[in-house]
Design a protein. Structure first.
Length: 310
């Protein structure tokens, strides 16, 4: 008689009602976030889905290994590109062979750095390019990973802010990159001004505006410090996604926001409520503070939803 011993391992998991399990499983696969080497687990009326990485709502779980699965190196998907953190050429080829939707596998050489928040990549398998196209909630974004910042992990944040955006609002995206927040919010807003300092990011944003037939996003190549001098009006809503140094731009954002308007301020923090005092001093009220994702042990990306004045 053969005894099959199930191997269990610890991994992050997300708990969803069983009836929503298949929909969530498919969207996690599309995002490249499901750990396919592990089996989905049932827990009463819930399913626990194994994740490759932490995300909001994730909990530490144990899962059985999926014996039939080829174990692939950890990777993050951005459109047709998979990014891996190890220089594993064999592993890169395995990923390429196992996912027909991918055209390129890259190794991230360094950390995101510099004013433009870009990083260097080495192509390990597939077509030698860092350009790809990302489809996110019906929008298509041209992305060049080496030339301008883009993170697929912020897609649910963009949807969260879209749900809060009112019809006819004037929105400002101070650090817009290739335009994913700006183009998403343009579905509801009256006008979105989308500013970035990186000329390649603004070029890609223009391509994305044309590709999505967006008529109400105004791309601006500028230093966000100068925006109050360029625009004579004030905005209903401001998105500030520059987590490492966004704090220094907060006074500018307050100058640019209407009384009663909203600022979504992203920041890298090490304690709860880290910026609350400063925001109060500037004349804002923190309506919500949420974890967006973990960054390193003891540090995480937080978003503050701030009501300006009153
Ligand atoms: N919001 C975009 C997204 O979610 O993909 C991009 C966010 S990225 C973290 C920050 C962006 O801010 C980069 O594209 C960078 O070029 C831009 N940036 C940095 N300093 C800036 C400044 N002083 N003025 C305007 N943009 C700036």
């Amino acid at each position: 008689m053969i005894h099959v011993v199930a191997v269990t391992v610890g991994q992050w998991g997300i708990r969803v009602p069983a009836r929503e399990g298949e929909t969530t499983r498919r969207s996690l696969i599309d995002e490249g976030a499901l750990d396919l080497s592990l089996k989905v687990r049932r827990d009463g009326d819930w399913l626990l889905l194994p994740l490759l990485d932490w995300r909001e709502g994730a909990e530490q779980c144990t899962f059985e290994q999926n014996p039939g699965r080829i174990v692939l190196p950890r990777h993050e998907l951005v459109g047709g590109i998979a990014i891996i953190q190890e220089r594993d050429i064999e592993g890169a080829q395995k990923i390429l062979d196992s996912r027909p939707s991918l055209h390129t596998i890259v190794y991230a050489i360094g950390e995101v750095s510099g004013e433009y928040r870009t990083r260097e990549f080495e192509v390990l398998a597939g077509i030698p390019t860092t350009r790809t196209e990302v489809i996110e909630y019906g929008h298509r974004f041209h992305v060049d990973l080496a030339a301008a910042y883009f993170s697929a992990r912020l897609s649910s944040e963009r949807q969260r802010i879209l749900r809060q955006t009112g019809r006819h609002e004037a929105v400002l995206d101070m650090f817009a990159g290739v335009g994913p927040f700006a183009i998403t919010l343009s579905d509801r807003a009256g006008l979105v001004v989308a500013c970035d300092l990186n000329p390649r990011a603004v070029e890609l944003m223009l391509e994305n505006i044309v590709q999505n037939r967006t008529w109400n996003v105004l791309p601006v190549l500028a230093d966000a410090r100068r925006l109050a001098g360029i625009f004579p009006w004030r905005f209903d809503r401001i998105v500030m996604n520059l987590p490492l140094s966004g704090t220094e731009f907060l006074p500018e954002a307050f100058r640019l926001c209407k009384d009663g308007g909203m600022i979504h301020f992203y920041s890298l923090v090490a304690t709860d409520g880290e910026h609350r005092e400063y925001i109060r001093e500037l004349g804002g009220e923190v309506l919500a503070e949420r974890v967006v994702r973990s960054y390193s042990p003891g540090q995480w990306h937080a978003v503050y939803d701030v009501r300006v004045g009153g």
